[in-house]
Design a protein around this ligand. Structure first.
Ligand code: SF4
Length: 244
């Protein structure tokens, strides 16, 4: 497959949620094209998560360096960034807790879905109840975003802590912090919607669902407080010139 260079939106993959199969901009994303090309070249061979991650990081780093050279911008010192300690905040604590609690919750939710699916074969579902396929959709949303939330929160906190106002790299690292917080924020909102639907669907998971809603709501408020710039972050990046 030949990749046409001019169709890509620069850096679109930096602040997305990486759920490519649901992405409206997949055909404008260089990273997605590279992954598709690689799958084509390897005959659809499955890579482990670590292999995927290593390759994606290497490709992304290469692209950043190419852009930096092309547009003559100064990149932060990545080695220095790795050495700095990540500050422990209420937001980082809660997002890790949410990840752990959601993992247990997802297990219970899947059991509940299976039970309901078995029952609905024998007894038709009440038409007033949310259809099972919608609950499976909510499960998928929660499953996807419960990992994205702590990863992006950690990235946001780490980037914001790297430099002080006045440092040459401060603006770049705050842009990265706000972009990461923006992804975490959107992930929390989507998870809250899914949890709301599940809350109305089953009584047996009511308390666990409410606990997750409360924690997700607190994470949302903390992102708003700690990263006010996230609400102004624009994604996908604006393309000034129409690509034909
Ligand atoms: S921009 Fe879309 S297609 Fe590209 S990596 Fe992100 S989710 Fe996937």
């Amino acid at each position: 497959m030949q990749i046409k260079e001019n169709k890509f939106i620069p850096s679109i993959f930096n602040y997305c949620d990486r759920w490519c199969e649901h992405c409206a901009f997949a055909d404008r994303c260089r990273l997605y094209s590279m992954e598709e090309k690689r799958k084509e070249e390897t005959g659809g061979k499955e890579f482990s998560f670590v292999e995927e991650l290593q390759e994606t990081f290497a490709e992304t780093k290469k692209l950043i360096e190419e852009y930096s050279e092309k547009f003559d911008t100064v990149l932060p010192n990545f080695e220095e960034i790795e050495k700095k300690e990540l500050p422990e905040t209420q937001l980082s604590f809660l997002s890790t807790k949410y990840f752990e609690d959601a993992a247990v919750y997802l297990n219970n939710l899947m059991n509940e879905i299976k039970e309901n699916s078995a029952v609905s074969v024998i007894i038709p579902q009440n038409p007033g109840i949310v259809p099972l396929h919608q609950i499976v959709g909510c499960y998928e949303v929660l499953q996807w975003y419960h990992t994205i939330i702590p990863v992006k929160v950690t990235r946001a906190i780490s980037s914001a802590a790297q430099y002080d106002p006045g440092d040459e790299e401060f603006e770049y690292s705050m842009e990265d912090a706000n972009g990461s917080a923006f992804v975490a924020f959107k992930s929390v909102l989507k998870s809250l919607v899914a949890l709301g639907v599940i809350l109305g669907w089953t009584e047996s998971l009511k308390n666990e669902t409410l606990n997750l809603i409360i924690d997700a709501g607190r994470i949302k408020s903390l992102i708003e407080k700690d990263f006010p710039g996230a609400s102004m972050f624009v994604w996908p990046p604006v393309v000034k010139k129409e690509v034909k």
